[in-house]
Write a protein that binds this ligand. Structure first.
Ligand code: DTR
Ligand code: CA
Ligand code: ZN
Ligand code: ZN
Length: 435
């Protein structure tokens, strides 16, 4: 579409369409839920756990694998620390490949028993080595965060549960056993599971799982605070224990510093390290020892675990009648496919109201290119804004009111945005549903 002149930046767009919606001036965004700041996790403490795991492997045939003595010794080490720190621990047994496996579960007394935040890591190594990065690093980071909760005598809003899984290397066996044996009533109380598998790779990348947007944002905000760029973890779903939880609909997230894939030049530019070399050259090898750790990555990621536990564990719950928001930017392809941004609505009863409010904030030059729909969890589309060949103002910052009374309130609501004309681009800045 020819564009003769620059357009003035628009103020609030007030658009109305007959029938479905009415538009009112946007309300002030609700203040974020107050949370407590996490403590620094001492790197030396995390490394002391790795030293213990290394000693255990050395004393037990060089590994900490499922069914081998080194694994149970690792469980016993972590359990002793947690018992001494005041956790309620449980060792869950299972059998895999003819050997007894163990999960270690540690509950921090207190918090809302109906809102359980979990953080976990697999504790087993492969048989070929001590598994210090894979996954002593995640196990030690989660253990030291749990001990920090005890040192702080934290009184979180949510109930905190930490877990160390057995037989992940055999196919997520321990975490699958845990989830499959968790009664449905208990499963529904788990508000999120955070997974940490390889968080100290010697040639590290900083990868964030992009499964649940709220959890993803929690980690991305932490790294933004360090001015450390992150990338989305793309080694594919199902590669670690978070898959066991995601498969039953529990929101998941986590961090990863890379395994056998090679670091690109662009990644070396942003993170340092060596381009053309694997993130962890000792992945699943006998050289995965305490020498196979990048201290900076281990330190940052251990602090990130604490940040996520404190942030997600202590935020005041959103009372009914409040809003559900997604502030993750989503780029809108010029004259291309539609994109979506999701808010997961949970804990409500019945249907949405006849006056469901959608606050939309889309930054886009020549907003006439843009079509905006609200998608209910069952996929029903409600048109919020049509394209227009003569609306040359910028940005769509508006509140739409939708009669969604025929829609179930709980579920994944999506804002769908499409740019239907060439030139001029933009992105979804944020959007919010208020019931
Ligand atoms: N499967 C994990 C290592 C691994 C490979 N890709 C990812 C992605 C996200 C987490 C972990 C991994 C293991 O060998 O334990
Ligand atoms: Ca630290
Ligand atoms: Zn592994
Ligand atoms: Zn692993």
């Amino acid at each position: 579409m020819p564009r003769a002149i620059r357009r003035a930046t628009a103020g609030v767009a007030t658009l109305a369409a007959a029938g479905l919606i009415a538009v009112t001036a946007p309300t002030a965004l609700a203040a974020p839920s107050p949370t407590l700041a996490a403590p620094d996790i001492p790197l030396a403490n995390v490394k002391a756990h790795l030293t213990q795991f290394q000693s255990i492997a050395t004393a037990n045939g060089g590994n900490r694998a499922h069914g081998r003595p080194g694994y149970k010794a690792s469980i016993d080490y972590a359990k002793a620390k947690l018992d001494a720190a005041g956790f309620t621990t449980t060792v869950q047994q299972f059998t895999s490949s003819g050997a007894t496996g163990y999960n270690l579960i540690a509950d921090w007394p207190g918090g809302d028993p109906n809102k359980v935040l979990m953080a976990g890591a697999h504790l087993d190594s492969v048989t070929s080595g001590p598994g210090i990065n894979d996954n002593g690093s995640g196990s030690a980071g989660v253990l030291e965060t749990a001990l920090a909760v005890s040192r702080a005598q934290l009184q979180p809003t949510k109930h905190l549960r930490f877990a160390w899984w057995g037989a992940e290397e055999l196919g997520l066996i321990g975490s699958k056993y845990y989830v499959n044996n968790l009664p449905a009533t208990e499963r529904s109380k788990v508000s999120g599971y955070l997974n940490f598998d390889m968080i100290g790779s010697p040639n590290p990348g900083y990868f964030v799982y992009d499964d649940d947007p709220t959890i993803e944002k929690t980690f991305k905000d932490f790294y933004a605070g360090l001015n450390v760029p992150t990338e989305i973890e793309t080694e594919g779903d199902g590669r670690s224990d978070h898959a066991s939880f995601k498969n039953v609909g529990i929101p998941v997230g986590g961090l990863f510093t890379g395994a056998s894939r090679t670091k690109s030049s662009a990644q070396a530019q942003k993170w340092g390290g060596t381009a053309g070399q694997a993130f962890d050259r000792c992945y699943h090898s006998s050289c995965d020892t305490t020498a196979n750790i990048n201290d900076t990555a281990l330190d940052r990621n251990s602090d990130a675990i604490a940040h996520a536990v404190w942030t997600l564990g202590t935020e005041t719950p959103v009372p009914p009648g409040d809003s559900y928001e997604n502030t993750t930017d989503v780029a809108i392809p010029d004259n291309g496919a539609a994109v979506t941004s999701t808010v997961n609505v949970t804990g409500r009863t019945g249907n949405a109201p006849a006056t469901l409010k959608a606050d939309v904030d889309i930054r886009h030059t020549w907003r006439g290119d843009v079509v905006v729909d609200l998608l209910a969890p069952d996929g029903t589309a409600y048109r919020l804004k049509n394209s227009s060949s003569n609306d040359s103002a910028d940005n769509v910052i508006a509140t739409y009111t939708v009669n969604a009374s025929s829609e179930a309130a709980n579920g994944a609501w999506k804002l769908r945005v499409q740019d239907v004309a060439a030139q001029d681009t933009g992105y979804i800045n944020s959007w919010k549903l208020t019931f």
